[in-house]
Structure formats: structure tokens, C-alpha cells
Ligand binder design. Structure first.
Ligand code: SAH
Length: 395
């Protein structure tokens, strides 16, 4: 209950966004804090007239409070369990939890599941937690207990991967490691395809779970095509293209390790695939391949992590897409993505538009893609929408 917690009082008028259920309180909105909360403590937020607004985790920084409840409730074990159970039940509704064909999915997606700062990906019996706030970080033990209760015998391990996501200025010296159990990698299944995922060594939580539906769409277009999968990482798009009957698939990633991974994952699924992987820079690979490919995937890392890098990022998307448009064979299809949260759908589209015009190709939009439903976006928190993509037909 709010009465147990330190009170954060907002300036007059600054309660409006909370009244519209936006889950962040910016430091500039705060009039006073009645006490000295530690980072990660639960605080109760009130308006200037003493009306209760929300409960959230306190942190030093531009976002001072991350809200997890707009109701004045008890926040014990049962409350957190309910949150995780709600998330799990949604994944069941989505046909992900408890199915045969897929055992990798995002179980918990921050604001989209009602708790900012917490990400949990499920990999066939291992839950990989990544906390982005001190409040979520301090809850790892309770969350582990709840996960064990929800999954029962199915759960083998809980791994915490918060080292690079906890603010370095905080007093916490986060280190990656197992919270419970000791699994390090697993062969997971996504729509019946096998992928080896190593959460200890891999990027993010080990796998780009968020491209599942887009990979499946690519499979539908792959038959008979010569496919180029740029920024291939674990090779998700490559493996789906092969299942879709591609004539040839080439994967490109600047990391040697990623090239090993895609080769392994192709071999896990197909005996004699017409596939080759190259450890080279994407931008240089795209020179001198005129008409060689008629399906190109561009899924680069986030070009902008902060708003001040936005204009460079947009230039980067333009340059990359222009190269692909210049090289792709007539009747080709481009799957192009941006996972930078600060790049809006409109900005991304404008960059791709400029790229198409510079390449002087006729380009039509076949599909507009987003992140999948296990990465839900709260309607009150549009900032949660980060992945966008376009499928383009190039005459
Ligand atoms: N498409 C992948 C995810 C891509 S992540 C999937 O579906 O799983 C981005 C990848 O781009 C990383 O593996 C990184 O090694 C690679 N990368 C970053 N810069 C690159 C560059 N200049 N050229 C080629 N690959 C690059």
C-alpha cells in the first residue's frame, strides 16, 4: 500500500501523463520527495493536492520513477506473481507457451507487460532475465522463485544478463550469471526449426526472438530465389529461406562468431543446403553484386541508440538501402528493418524512400512489419514500439 512507501509529490499539472497511464515520471515533474529513497525502492506518487497516482520504482536519472501500478495495492509476492502469470497466459493465448513447434519466446516485455525495466526471454527451459532498471534488478530473486512456480519441472535454469543494461553510474556492480541452475546453451525450436542459442556468449539474451513472424513471412517468398541475408547473426532468416525452398542462400555478418553460428544452425536443420556464409562488412559486400540476388534481407543493429545519433542513423539506413536497391535483380524483394527505438516508422520510411529515389528503381510496399505479439506495446506507452520493417518489391 502507498502508505508504506516514501512519497513523491508532483508539480502542479505534471500529473496529466500519469492520469493517462503513461508509466514514466521524469525528474523535472517532481516537486518534492518526502524522504531519501534508495535506488530501486518502491515509491508512491501523488499529485499536488494529495491524490494518489501510482506506485513505481525510484531511480536517479531523467526517468525518476518507473510505474508498475496505477492502483493503490499491496505489492508483495502475490502481486508480482500475478504480473508474471498474466504475461505467461498471454503467451499461451498467442500459441507460444506450451506448444510443440516453438519453445523460444519473450515471456516478459517491460512496459508492455506492466513492469518497466524487466525483460525475460524463455529458451526451452531456461529463462534469461535482462533488467534495465535498479528496481527490476533488485527483484531478481523473487522473480526467480515465481518463474520456478509457474514453469515447475520445465524450468532448468534462470540466467541474469543485466551487466550491460544496468546504468553504470548506479552503485550496483552488475555481473552476468546464473541465479538458479547452470545451463549455458540450448537447442531451441521456432516453428519447428532448430537453433542453438547461447545466452552466456550471445548478443542480447542470445537470440533475436523479435524477428520470428518476419522470418516466417520471408519463408513464403523464398521459393526459387537467390537470397542474401545481411547482418545474419544466428541466421534466422537464412534457415527460414532454406525451408521456403530458396535456390541459394548467402549470409553475411562482420563477426566470425556469427558466421560459425549460422553455419551450425543451417546444419542443424538441413543436410545439403545450398548455403554459404561470409564474415565481411555488409556495406562492402553490397558492392559489385549486381543482379546476383533477388531477395535481400537488411536487418542491421540499431544505428541510433540515442536521439543525438538520429541524423547519422537515418543516413546509415539510406546508404544501406540504396546499395541494396541498386544491386537487386528486377522483380526482387527487399526485407528491410530498423530496430532503433528512436527512429520512428515515418523517419525510417523516409530514409528508405530517399534510398529508392536515389537508386531510381520502382519500389512498392508489400508489407509493413512490426515486432511480434510477445513483444506487446502498451497503448499508453507508444515508445515501446521499436521494431519496424518494410517488405518491398523492386521492379
Ligand atoms: N538478423 C539477425 C539479427 C541481426 S543483429 C537475426 O534475425 O537474428 C545485427 C548483426 O549485425 C550482428 O550479428 C553484428 O555482428 C552484425 N553487424 C554489425 N555491423 C555490421 C557490418 N558493418 N557488416 C556486417 N555485419 C554487421
Amino acid at each position: 500500500m502507498a502508505s508504506e512507501y516514501i512519497k513523491v509529490v508532483l508539480k502542479k499539472g505534471k500529473e496529466q501523463s500519469l492520469k493517462r497511464f503513461h508509466p514514466w515520471v521524469f525528474s523535472g515533474a517532481i516537486k518534492q520527495i518526502n524522504g531519501k529513497p534508495d535506488e530501486g525502492d518502491i515509491v508512491a506518487v501523488y499529485d499536488i493536492d494529495g491524490e494518489f497516482l501510482a506506485l513505481g520504482h525510484y531511480q536517479i536519472g531523467s526517468i525518476s520513477v518507473r510505474v508498475f501500478s496505477f492502483e493503490n495495492i499491496e505489492t508483495g509476492y502475490a502481486f508480482w506473481k500475478q504480473k508474471l502469470e498474466n504475461a505467461y497466459n498471454l503467451r499461451k493465448v498467442l500459441g507460444l507457451a506450451g506448444t510443440e513447434h516453438t519453445n523460444v519466446y519473450r515471456l516478459f516485455h517491460g512496459e508492455g507487460d506492466g513492469m518497466p525495466g524487466l525483460i525475460i526471454d524463455y529458451y526451452n527451459g531456461t529463462a534469461v532475465m535482462q533488467t534495465h532498471s535498479i528496481g527490476a534488478y533488485r527483484m531478481r530473486e523473487v522473480l526467480t522463485e515465481i518463474l520456478r512456480e509457474i514453469y515447475g519441472q520445465q524450468l532448468k535454469s534462470v540466467y541474469d544478463k543485466s551487466e550491460s543494461t544496468i546504468p553504470f553510474k548506479s552503485a550496483i556492480n552488475a555481473r552476468n550469471g546464473h541465479f538458479w541452475g547452470n545451463t549455458e546453451s540450448e537447442i531451441v525450436k521456432e516453428y519447428g526449426l532448430n537453433f542453438e542459442v547461447n545466452w552466456v556468449e550471445g548478443q542480447k539474451t542470445g537470440f533475436f526472438v523479435d524477428q520470428r513472424e518476419n522470418r516466417r513471412l520471408l519463408q513464403m517468398y523464398a521459393a526459387g530465389r537467390n537470397v542474401l541475408n545481411m547482418f545474419s547473426y544466428t541466421g534466422g532468416f537464412s534457415v527460414y529461406a532454406l525451408r521456403g525452398g530458396a535456390q541459394m542462400v548467402h549470409s553475411v555478418d562482420s563477426s566470425e562468431k556469427a558466421v560459425e553460428l549460422v553455419n551450425k544452425n543451417v546444419a542443424l536443420n538441413f543436410a545439403n543446403a545450398n548455403h554459404e556464409a561470409f564474415a565481411v562488412d555488409a556495406f562492402s559486400f553490397l558492392d559489385g553484386i549486381k543482379d546476383k540476388y533477388n531477395l535481400i534481407v537488411l536487418d542491421p543493429p540499431a544505428f541510433a541508440k540515442h536521439l543525438n545519433a538520429l541524423s547519422n542513423a537515418l543516413q546509415g539506413y539510406k546508404r544501406l538501402n540504396q546499395k541494396a536497391f541498386e544491386q537487386i535483380a528486377p522483380g526482387g524483394i527487399v526485407f528491410t528493418f530498423s530496430c532503433s527505438q528512436v527512429v520512428t516508422k515515418e523517419n525510417f520510411r523516409k530514409s528508405v524512400f530517399a534510398a529508392a529515389a536515389n537508386a531510381r528503381r520502382n519500389v512498392r510496399i508489400l508489407h509493413q512489419l512490426v515486432q511480434p505479439a510477445d513483444h506487446p506495446v502498451s497503448i499508453y506507452h507508444p515508445e515501446g514500439e521499436y521494431l519496424k520493417g518494410l517488405v518491398l518489391y523492386v521492379d
